[in-house]
Design a protein around this ligand. Structure first.
Ligand SMILES: Nc1nc2c(ncn2[C@@H]2O[C@H](COP(=O)(O)OP(=O)(O)OP(=O)(O)O)[C@@H](O)[C@H]2O)c(=O)[nH]1
Ligand SMILES: [Mg+2]
Length: 577
């Protein structure tokens, strides 16, 4: 047995014999450096472990849904309730967006009036819906319209409603043809005068668009998509068997599923997980990815928008912003005349232009907005429309809520909410965010049952939502993700049904049920639930809510339920792991 006193390493570790003082100093310095490096590595490992542990506790929510479904509006509700100080600090910067939203509506009215004066034919779908079953327009315009004139006018004007069915409650006595000569002459004189007086708004519109960037433009149909896929609307032949599932046609599924799933392989290779990435902007193609809410600041610092000078959170306006405010203030009277004139309203109705159903509708607020000292209210910001580009990441720490009434048994919990763009061309960017996501909050705008996608007029918007829902429910990567679905825009749904638009015309499977919002919501709720149950790789709870996310009071209640359900499922899963 070796002697206990003998340490085999002692000899090796001993400093060299006969070491000079200089050599000793050098050796000790090297040893100190090595120890420093080793300590740094230890510290890095410790921090990485802590970060991973913390990440596991972070709740990650991904907002999904087609463009204009209400994802960003839902996020605004979250932030307004749970990140109040940031919300307050950024509220002022929405003023320009709201001003632009208002100006666009005014310019859209002027364009519609001009079309009337010029005798442009009315959109085919608007004529159909006033004179006969509105089912026909859902088919591809090109293939189903024998009348060439009708085909020609199926080019939508930006800013006007895409509804296929205008309201039927025509209170103004206008026939379905053009106005008579006397009225047209009257209108021509009025419009010519108004055009001159409202001319500054055209300049301001392009100035603000330039300032705010691509998010101010809605995605439009590419020439290659138009007319290339036929008959992708919800079928109207009354049959739901065979080709249909849950009452909806399956034809677009392949395309959308491919958009979400097929490209996922490519995307996973291309992009890193968002976690751990720096909070900086990344450019992918022509979309930019932003961490955080400060889009205005980002635009300015990136130099992507030339001449940009932002309104900061403190409310200091740029020269362009002041210009816009002044022009809007000067045009206030004329804007009001335009919007309240009965003859103008009649023309809008006749041409199927229902601005009230569009995002960013502020025409009823001209008095308040067209002032020099206008400051957006919470409600204004929630209703403002700015298309999301790329993916935005928002962190909410629930700690601040500990003091608020009735909320939170889980202080300090961090949530990351990802908001994405919803138009078809950017859906591939969703996939990298599927990994490790706690919950998906899916927005299905159910009022859109009679509308087509802006980016592909062959596809019915409700069907598109159903297709995306089916695709995400069946994605294996999301098997353990909590699925929450908002059947959104219930207010617009009600308006449409009250105006006499028949839901069954667009969704034959609805059959002879009563055409009222409660029945339609129940029907759709069951359909979305069936899809979840049928396509989920594993059994999971159903959380489906009818919502109007522009109504901040009722949405706050829904979000409390969502928060509790997500947290509950998150903790259950953590326990299980
Ligand atoms: N009337 C009404 N308007 C809504 C509702 N939800 C959203 N909106 C409006 O619809 C517009 C579009 O909503 P967003 O939240 O910007 O849509 P999004 O899904 O983020 O759209 P993308 O960013 O293009 O993907 C906004 O002007 C909202 O104010 C709703 O329930 N009712
Ligand atoms: Mg958005």
């Amino acid at each position: 047995m070796p002697s206990v006193e003998h340490d085999p390493f002692a000899e090796v570790l001993e400093p060299p014999r006969h070491e000079s003082p200089h050599e000793k100093a050098m050796r000790e310095r090297k040893e100190a450096e090595a120890k420093h490096v080793s300590d740094m590595i230890d510290e890095d490992i410790k921090q990485e472990r802590a970060r991973l542990k913390k990440e596991r506790n972070v709740v990650k929510v991904l907002l999904l849904g087609q463009s204009e479904s209400g994802k960003s509006t839902t996020l605004k509700n979250f932030r307004m309730t749970y990140a109040r100080s940031e919300w307050e600090a950024e509220k002022a910067s929405w003023r320009t967006v709201i001003q632009l939203n208002l100006i666009r509506s005014i310019n859209a009215i002027m364009d519609t009036l001009q079309a009337e004066i010029d005798g442009e034919p009315i959109r085919a779908d608007a004529i159909h819906s006033q004179t006969q079953s509105a089912a026909t327009p859902l088919r591809s315009g090109k293939n189903n319209n024998e009348n060439n004139d009708e085909e020609e006018v199926d080019k939508r004007r930006p800013g006007t409603s895409r509804s296929l069915t205008p309201t039927t409650e025509d209170t103004v006595d206008l026939d379905s043809g053009l106005l008579d000569d006397e009225l047209i002459n009257q209108l021509r004189t009025q419009v010519t005068q108004l055009k001159l007086r409202l001319a500054p708004l055209r300049r301001v519109e392009s100035q603000l668009k330039h300032e705010l960037g691509a998010g101010t433009e809605e995605v439009t149909e590419s020439p290659t998509t138009k007319g290339t896929i036929s008959g992708n609307g919800v079928q109207n032949d009354g049959s739901i068997t065979g080709r249909h599932e849950n009452g909806f046609s399956r034809r677009t599924s392949v395309q959308t599923e491919r958009a979400i799933k097929g490209e996922s392989i490519e995307m996973r290779v291309m992009s890193q997980s968002p976690i751990g990435e720096s909070r900086t902007r990344q450019v992918r193609g022509d979309e930019f990815f932003v961490r955080g809410w400060r889009w205005r600041e980002m635009l300015r610092t990136s130099g992507l928008v030339s001449g940009f000078s932002a309104v900061s959170g403190s409310g200091v306006a740029s020269r362009e912003d002041e210009d816009a405010t002044e022009a809007i203030w000067r045009c206030k009277g004329d804007m009001k005349v335009l919007w309240t004139d009965e003859q103008v309203r009649g023309v809008l109705r006749k041409r199927g232009v229902i601005l009230e159903n569009n995002g960013g509708f502020f025409l009823d607020d001209i008095d308040r907005i067209a002032t020099r000292s206008y400051e957006p209210s919470d409600d204004d910001v929630v209703r403002a429309r700015l298309r999301t580009l790329g993916v935005q990441e928002h962190r909410i720490i629930f700690e601040s809520l500990a003091s608020q009434k009735g909320v939170l048994a889980d202080p300090g919990r961090e949530w990351i909410i990802y908001d994405v763009g919803g138009s078809r061309t950017v859906r591939r960017a969703w996939v990298p965010y599927f990994e490790n996501i706690t919950a998906i909050l899916f927005l299905a705008p159910i009022s859109c049952f009679d509308e087509r996608l802006l980016e592909d007029s062959n596809v019915n918007r409700l069907e598109d939502s159903v297709t995306i829902w089916r695709a995400i429910c069946s994605t294996k990567l999301l098997a353990r993700t909590t699925m929450i679905c908002f059947l959104n825009k219930c207010d617009i749904l009600k308006r449409k049904l009250d105006a006499g638009v028949e839901f069954k015309t667009y969704v034959p499977a609805f059959g002879d049920r009563e055409n009222n919002p409660g029945v339609v919501v129940k029907f759709l709720r069951n359909r979305f639930k069936d899809i979840l149950n049928k396509h989920s790789p594993e059994k999971r709870a159903t959380y489906i809510y009818p919502t109007t996310v522009t109504d901040t009071k009722t949405t706050a209640v829904t979000l409390t339920n969502v928060r509790d359900s997500v947290l509950h499922e998150h903790l259950k899963r953590a326990e299980f792991l």
